[in-house]
Design a protein around this ligand. Structure first.
Ligand SMILES: Cc1cc2nc3c(=O)[nH]c(=O)nc-3n(C[C@H](O)[C@H](O)[C@H](O)COP(=O)(O)O)c2cc1C
Length: 347
């Protein structure tokens, strides 16, 4: 492991190694969207287990558009005590913490929100300005609470990725049509967050490598908007059951020429060897999700040389059960004793 344990930089953040926990919905809020002790403990535990950069599960900036009843909300009504606790705890273990901010778009759950989901065409221009303000407000509160940055969620069919998608965005005004127009809202949000939070606060994005149009052009637009780091995923990540190799590497390598912004690759990373290969190919950071659901201490085990491969089967059982039961990995029928408090305390 020549590269995995080397420090790396993402904008203002010096990260102690090249390991990122990709945003993973913890499903640990109160039913009303309040943050919980278990949510904060989860972030801290990952840093304790050698994850260099912890990205939280997606947090909704609009209380009326949550993805499910376990998703936290960050708005004017939020009590931020657990955010401060999470930031302090992660820093105490030498890690960095970034909050993923999101609007669920068409994936908002009507049964939870009591109102229909909103896609790109359902917003007035005035409402888009309010949405930008909501992202800015949430980012400022993260900064006040000691977070190192935010990641703006532009992937996986949530609202901003739907704006980028040529078919899902059917607007005919300046927010729809050409790639430049479809990028207008993500670009406005990024620039507004930068203006409000300054250069010493990291702004990352997570984006799809497919379903957004011309990938090199989208990467360039994100770079030009001034983000500090770009995490690359894909619209079809949930269809990759059983694939245990980095499944978006080729697309990213083919599209990245000339991009200087640090790149993070997610999807299919399950061993030290494949992580190292990705880093050797010139990608700056590697990101894990399911491997850390299966074994929250996988990175520490890798570092100690106790394991080279994740025990995760990539079966995608976690996609089915994470909203329904406290034990998220379907391989585990019993809580992991030392992690019980953190990962299994919440139904
Ligand atoms: C239970 C679960 C929850 C997830 N929640 C999020 C999320 O909140 N935000 C996000 O961007 N991706 C989310 N993802 C996707 C992962 O971050 C990641 O992109 C995907 O699982 C592929 O990476 P992997 O092969 O390392 O699992 C989630 C995945 C799982 C399994």
């Amino acid at each position: 492991m020549k590269l995995l344990w080397q420090p790396g930089r993402i904008g203002p953040m010096e990260v102690k190694n090249r390991v990122v926990r990709s945003a993973t919905n913890e499903h640990l809020s109160e039913l009303n969207g309040d943050f919980t002790q278990a949510w904060a403990d989860t972030q801290v535990e990952l840093a304790k287990q050698e994850v260099g950069l912890v990205i939280t599960g997606h947090v909704c900036v609009d209380r009326t558009q949550r993805a499910d009843e376990g998703q936290p909300v960050l708005d004017r009504a939020t009590d931020t005590a657990f955010l401060r606790q999470a930031a302090e705890g992660v820093h105490a273990h030498g890690g960095k913490i970034v909050m993923q901010l999101s609007h669920s778009g068409a994936k908002a759950m009507e049964a939870v929100n009591g109102r229909p989901a909103k896609g790109p065409a359902d917003f007035t221009v005035e409402e888009l300005k309010d949405l930008t303000d909501a992202f800015v407000y949430a980012a400022k509160r993260c900064k006040d609470c000691g977070f190192d940055g935010v990641q703006i969620h532009n992937a996986h069919g949530y609202l901003l990725s739907a704006f980028l998608h040529p078919e899902e965005n059917v607007r005919t005004d300046t927010y729809g049509g050409s790639l430049e127009n479809r990028f207008r809202l993500p670009g406005e949000i990024i620039r507004a967050v930068r203006k409000a939070c300054g250069e010493d606060f990291a702004i990352l994005v997570k984006m799809n490598c497919n379903g957004c149009g011309n990938l090199p052009a989208v990467l360039r637009l994100f770079e030009e908007s001034g983000v500090d780091g770009i995490e690359v995923s894909g619209v079809d990540f949930a269809a990759k059951a059983g694939v245990k190799e980095p499944f978006y590497l080729e697309q990213l390598l083919a599209a990245r020429e000339g991009i200087l912004t640090p790149l993070i690759l997610v999807g299919g990373m399950f061993s030290g060897e494949s992580a190292e290969q990705v880093l050797e190919s010139g990608i700056d950071f590697v990101s894990f999700s399911r491997a850390l659901i299966c074994q929250p201490d996988f990175v520490a085990r890798l570092k100690r040389g106790e394991q080279t491969e994740s025990a995760c089967l990539a079966c995608n059982g976690c996609y089915r059960v994470y909203r329904q039961r406290p034990v998220r990995c379907v391989q585990h029928t019993e809580p992991i004793p030392q992690l019980e408090k953190v990962f299994f305390s919440h139904g």
